[in-house]
Design a protein around this ligand. Structure first.
Ligand code: PLP
Length: 424
């Protein structure tokens, strides 16, 4: 057989330049210069007579999420740990964690000495399966976490119902879903608390960063203490040169504050998010129509979803194609045709080299705890099946013009029709 596919030495389908990520907006440089000259590079330095960028961002992001409170943090991982602890999770408590996610979904739980209980996902949305969540609840469960994965919103109606019936907090991990809406309401403000990551790959980013949003004032106050060494922002008038953070000693914390530089960049990026999300959704809708014509199954979302946010666009390959070549090779073949990175999903957390608590001496104080957190004891057949059949690519690609999106459909068509060329 000749070389039709780029992976086997044939010509690439396109040499297009694809959009890159992140993309600074017009305010970024001005904001950064302003922070540099402000005399205050983080909220834990003295007040300089004007609102910090951190406060400006917290207000704007709470508003964006329709939440009463936003507590920014240094990373998404710290936001998740802070939110869980603020919801009352502590040592040895079980926390339900989707089995198909970035390692942080589990490592944040370990970070507060709790036990991640990995549960399986839904085969069409790749988000946590409500029935599996309910089956995993024990008398030691103290919280449920849900990830709105890749471009889906999880079945929040079912999850809220379970959480309420069992009296458990539901923490939404929205690291993939800035701007997604469920029944017209922003994700993150539907559960007890919502957690966001602003790491460099995310839809809203400052390189590193995170945030907790909640309507519950007590959770917000605890989150403030937890992320600022047991201090909260003063609500009364602060004089220039005074500390804005008040040492209450009500709840011990550690330093997970977001710097002023990061907050300044986030304010710039937040201006752009809605328009970028709208462009990505339009491109995704076009691609989805084309891929469905080819008989491919794109990632689905829960019925209540009114706006999807595309962090990664994910497609399941047909069984007859996978019978010829494994998904990893198909991803490499797509990468070779298109010139941007196409990958598998996250590897399920029961068999993921990044989730290996036995490699950390800090957990070895208690052999029973070590046994309870051992990832391989959890069964995740659906997540494993998703990992073995789904390819995905990053959201920046969806910022390309629609005619470029057409190339992506053509690449899938080319590879599925020449799959024999990359057979075992
Ligand atoms: C990125 C991510 C996080 C953690 O965010 P960091 O900012 O990298 O700490 C948590 N959960 C999910 C699902 C993520 O994708």
């Amino acid at each position: 057989m000749g070389n039709a596919l780029a992976l086997s030495g044939g010509p690439r389908l396109t040499d297009r330049e694809w959009p890159r990520w992140p993309q600074p907006g017009e305010r970024a440089l001005k904001n950064l210069a302003d922070v540099l000259n402000s005399g205050r590079w983080t909220i834990s330095c003295a007040y300089q007579g004007r609102p910090s960028y951190e406060r400006q961002f917290a207000t704007a992001f709470a508003d964006y999420c329709n939440s009463a409170h936003c507590v920014p943090t240094a990373t998404g991982t710290s936001a998740l740990a802070v939110a869980l602890e603020a919801c009352g999770v502590g040592a040895s408590d079980e926390v339900i964690v989707p089995g198909l996610s970035w390692v942080a979904s589990a490592s944040a739980v370990l970070g507060i000495n709790a036990v991640p209980v990995l549960v399986d996902v839904d085969p069409s949305t790749y988000c946590v399966d409500p029935a599996a969540v309910e089956a995993a609840i024990t008398d030691r469960t103290r919280a449920i976490t849900v990830v709105h994965a890749y471009s889906a919103v999880a079945d929040l109606d079912a999850l809220l119902d379970i959480a309420q019936r069992h009296g458990l907090p539901l923490v939404e991990d929205c690291a993939h879903a800035h701007g997604a809406r469920y029944n017209h309401w922003p994700v993150g403000s539907i559960g007890t608390a919502g957690v966001f990551s602003m790491q460099g790959s995310k839809l809203l980013t400052s390189g590193e960063g995170g945030a907790v949003v909640t309507d519950d004032p007590d959770i917000a106050t605890r989150a403030e203490h937890l992320r600022a060494d047991g201090r909260v922002l003063r609500r009364d008038r602060v004089g220039v040169g005074e500390m804005e953070l008040l040492e209450t000693g009500q709840l011990m914390g550690s330093n997970q504050c977001l710097s002023e530089f990061h907050a300044a960049v986030l304010l710039d990026q937040l201006d752009l998010l809605e328009e970028q999300n709208a462009h990505r959704a339009k491109a995704a809708d076009h691609l989805t129509r084309r891929l469905q014509e080819l008989g491919l199954t794109v990632q689905d979302t829960a019925p209540g979803t009114t706006d999807r946010a595309y962090y990664r666009y994910a497609v399941r390959l047909p069984d007859e194609v996978l019978a010829v070549a494994p998904v990893g090779r198909i991803a490499r073949a797509l990468t070779a045709e298109l010139g941007f990175s196409v990958m598998q999903t996250h590897r399920p957390l029961n068999d993921n080299p990044l989730h290996r608590p036995s490699s950390r001496r800090r957990f070895a104080t208690d052999a029973r705890y070590m046994a309870r957190i051992e990832p391989s004891q959890f069964d995740l057949p659906v997540a494993t099946r998703v990992y073995e059949s789904v390819v995905s690519f990053g959201h920046e690609v969806l910022l390309a013009p629609l005619e470029a999106i057409e190339d992506i459909a053509l690449a899938f068509e080319k590879i599925t029709s020449h799959i024999g060329e990359i057979a075992d």
